[in-house]
Design a protein around this ligand. Structure first.
Ligand SMILES: *[C@@H]1O[C@H](CO)[C@@H](O)[C@H](O)[C@H]1NC(C)=O
Ligand SMILES: *[C@@H]1O[C@H](CO)[C@@H](O)[C@H](O)[C@H]1NC(C)=O
Ligand SMILES: *[C@@H]1O[C@H](CO)[C@@H](O)[C@H](O)[C@H]1NC(C)=O
Ligand SMILES: *[C@@H]1O[C@H](CO)[C@@H](O)[C@H](O)[C@H]1NC(C)=O
Ligand SMILES: *[C@@H]1O[C@H](CO)[C@@H](O)[C@H](O)[C@H]1NC(C)=O
Ligand SMILES: *[C@@H]1O[C@H](CO)[C@@H](O)[C@H](O)[C@H]1NC(C)=O
Ligand SMILES: *[C@@H]1O[C@H](CO)[C@@H](O)[C@H](O)[C@H]1NC(C)=O
Length: 643
């Protein structure tokens, strides 16, 4: 601080801001009236202001504080040196019991302005100072072998423990140690789209972990523990009423100076004013690097959560364009979130033939537009309509999983009988030893309580054009609904419905194990929206017992494994797991960032909240048929992927 220490030391009976903040999460002066609190107004809004007092040499202790004082807010200006008395309060909105507490001075009195125009020096958060966020961990209370993703969730509550801060080790402690302080984030980079309130997650010019090619931060492991990304901070609404820019992930902004606070479930910085945009990443999004081939055993497999698609969805043409130009029309597509033919009208309609044929038609048009020669490219499709409103999602929409496939490359095994919503498909074996499914495609244990109010997985048995068989399971596991904030009181945070997903993976894995017990060399592909990260190892353990994550099989750089962005992480919640026979023959996989690299979240730029994935696998041994027939299927050689 550049202002005179005399201003503070002359007030003998005063309580300092650092005394009030103290070294723990909660104030030692809770519910006490403190007098002669002195500081410089460093920021203000309609309801009060933030004071900056003399700093402490103790890095755990903040010298900033929020003063709730609507009656004085209009009378103060930035740079005023003021004194007041007030009640020390630890505040959270009553309706938000999982929020952390914000130390505030309320019911101010004896308010006086001593001088104006004093300089205000923000603390620069930087790797060059001791004030830089730690990497990896959010809280010492996130005990367990999976850090902040450990089960059981909510084993302790942060505010009841009220630990002494360890800002050099834990992210929540770090941001708490700056609570109420004016800080500068130098050279911020955006790591998510603006949220529904326009707030954006950024990191500054300090050490980060998991940085991907785009400039976002991918959820990876750090020292064997899932990364909580404490080095990413939410930027809230600017205090002067300006608006934060709406820019894509990986954009560079001008320095942000603002106060550190906690609201709506997160630590956030409220900027004095909005930053400007210095640069945005290039708009080009690379398509998958490979194509479907004329080798019968070699298949391209796409997986795409197409977000609540109905026949009337405006995003049908954009999804079709993605499938043709960016995914290169994979031989089989695993889709999730196909709505019934009447969309989300709650009228009892459960069939989705119209939805699927609308998409198939749009794909044919997109392929024709690209100038594909020969016969039109037409996918076949299959789905199993759920019982009305029994599979969760928006009422009436009856979302389900579906397969599209190129009939010139693969087909369901001959004589197949499609299962119903409630029929359980079983793995059966003929006298000749051939493995099959009695309902094909069929749902896996659809009546098991683990699938209550959620989408059921759909298994299928297929053959290639030369008669080699293989198996797939298309899944859409329960969402993280009812989860709690990663910056919340519950430690570890509540990973919504984690027990459900664990059980769902187990049931699916047992089904796959059944196939592999009958044929250890079976080619099996399980893919879909699994709504969790592989770093939540407890959820995926049953899969990893019998299958391999195709990213591991293909050697994909961990920081480039993401299909989604949420809060401070780019993250992979859509996965593909494959059996040993497939791993042995060699695999390739690419996550295609048509939606996380979009210019904005508006429906004209972005078709879904998920990115699709495309893999290349061999479902039978490589030799023989290479270069046989002329390719009857579409091979898009030149994708014009600029929007
Ligand atoms: C504030 O400080 C002044 C000057 O030291 C002192 O006279 C006064 O009693 C203090 N006020 C309170 C309410 O403690
Ligand atoms: C929180 O911890 C601080 C520092 O140890 C202590 O002074 C304060 O009384 C504690 N508050 C509560 C509510 O436990
Ligand atoms: C965590 O557990 C506490 C104590 O049982 C409970 O009061 C609180 O509501 C739980 N928090 C969440 C987010 O579930
Ligand atoms: C951003 O902040 C850093 C650290 O204070 C400073 O070195 C740099 O000059 C600032 N940049 C601009 C454009 O003000
Ligand atoms: C839906 O399409 C499939 C495949 O084309 C067809 O077999 C089935 O009869 C159709 N169902 C309805 C209700 O039209
Ligand atoms: C499975 O495949 C491996 C590798 O090709 C082969 O060595 C093994 O004999 C096969 N096992 C069976 C039971 O067919
Ligand atoms: C599923 O869970 C059961 C019970 O815990 C366990 O015995 C079984 O091995 C699990 N299945 C797989 C494939 O891991």
């Amino acid at each position: 601080m550049r202002y005179s220490l005399l201003l503070f030391t002359s007030l003998v009976s005063a309580v300092s801001i650092t005394d009030i903040q103290g070294p723990a999460f909660q104030s030692p002066y809770l519910d006490q009236v403190v007098h002669n609190v002195t500081g410089i107004v460093s920021a203000k809004d309609r309801y009060g202001f933030w004071l900056l007092g003399e700093p402490s040499s103790d890095a755990r202790v903040s010298n900033g504080i929020r003063v709730y004082a609507p009656q004085y807010a209009g009378r103060t200006a930035l740079g005023d040196l003021v004194t007041l008395s007030g009640l020390v309060s630890e505040y959270r909105q009553p309706a938000r019991p999982n929020d952390l507490l914000l130390t505030e001075l309320v019911s101010p009195s004896h308010f006086a302005i001593h001088s104006s125009g004093n300089p205000i020096t923000p603390l620069v958060i930087s790797r060059d100072t001791k004030y830089a966020p730690p990497l990896g961990k959010a809280s010492a209370l996130d005990k367990g072998s999976e850090g902040w993703l450990s089960v059981p969730n909510n084993a302790t509550q942060l505010e009841s423990v009220n630990a002494t801060l360890q800002p050099d080790k834990y992210g929540l402690d770090f941001w708490e140690s700056l609570e109420g302080r004016l800080v500068t984030v130098p050279d911020p980079t955006t790591s998510n789209f603006p949220d529904m309130f326009g707030a954006i997650w950024v990191y500054g010019d300090w050490d980060v972990n998991g940085k991907n090619e785009r400039g976002g931060l991918t959820l990876t492991s750090i020292d064997g523990l899932p990364d909580a990304h404490p080095e990413v901070i939410l930027i809230g609404r600017p205090l002067d009423g300006t608006r934060l820019p709406r820019v894509p992930i990986g954009s560079q902004l001008s320095n942000i100076t603002g106060v550190v606070t906690y609201q709506f479930g997160y630590y956030q910085i409220l900027p004095l004013t909005a930053p400007t945009v210095l640069s945005e990443p290039v708009p080009d999004i690379p398509p998958v690097s490979f194509y479907s081939s004329d080798k019968s055993c070699e298949l391209t497999i796409g997986d795409y959560n197409v977000e609540n698609m109905s026949p009337r969805s405006r995003h049908v043409p954009l999804v079709a364009k993605h499938i043709v130009e960016y995914l290169h029309t994979p031989d089989i597509l695993f889709l999730q979130e196909i709505q019934s033919d009447s969309g989300s009208r709650d009228n009892g309609v459960v069939t989705a033939n119209k939805t699927l044929s609308t998409l198939v038609q749009a794909i044919s048009s997109a392929a024709a537009q690209l100038g594909a020669s020969g016969a039109p490219f037409v996918y076949d499709f299959v789905n199993i309509p759920p019982q009305n409103n029994m599979d969760g999602g928006k009422p009436g929409s009856n979302i389900r999983v579906a397969y599209l496939w190129n009939p010139n490359k693969v087909s369901l095994l001959p004589g197949h009988v499609v299962g119903s919503a409630t029929q359980n498909t079983e793995v059966v074996q003929s006298e000749k030893g051939e493995v099959n499914l009695n309902h094909n495609p069929g749902r896996i244990q659809p009546n098991h309580e683990a699938w209550e109010e959620t989408r059921k997985p759909m298994a299928a048995a297929w053959q290639t054009t030369d008669g080699s068989r293989f198996f797939t399971v298309n899944v859409h596991l329960s969402s993280k609904r009812f989860g709690s904030s990663p910056h919340g009181d519950a430690r570890p945070p509540v990973n919504g419905r984690v027990e459900r997903r664990t059980q769902q993976v187990n049931i699916t894995a047992d089904f796959v194990k059944n196939i592999l017990q009958k044929d250890v060399n079976a080619s099996v592909i399980v893919a879909g929206d699994m709504n969790d990260f592989t770093q939540t190892r407890s959820v995926f353990r049953s899969f990893t017992d019998v299958l391999t994550d195709i990213n591991d099989a293909s050697g994909v750089d961990p920081v480039e494994r993401y299909t989604y962005v949420y809060e401070q992480h780019m993250q992979e919640i859509d996965h593909m797991f494959v059996s040993d026979a497939i791993v042995r023959r060699g695999t390739q996989v690419e996550h295609i960032h048509v939606n996380t690299w979009a210019r904005s979240t508006s429906s004209s730029d972005r078709a879904s909240d998920h990115d699709p994935t495309v893999a290349k696998v061999w479902v039978c041994d490589k030799p023989s048929e290479v270069g046989s027939k002329s390719p009857p299927y579409l091979v898009v050689q030149e994708a014009n992927y600029m929007h």
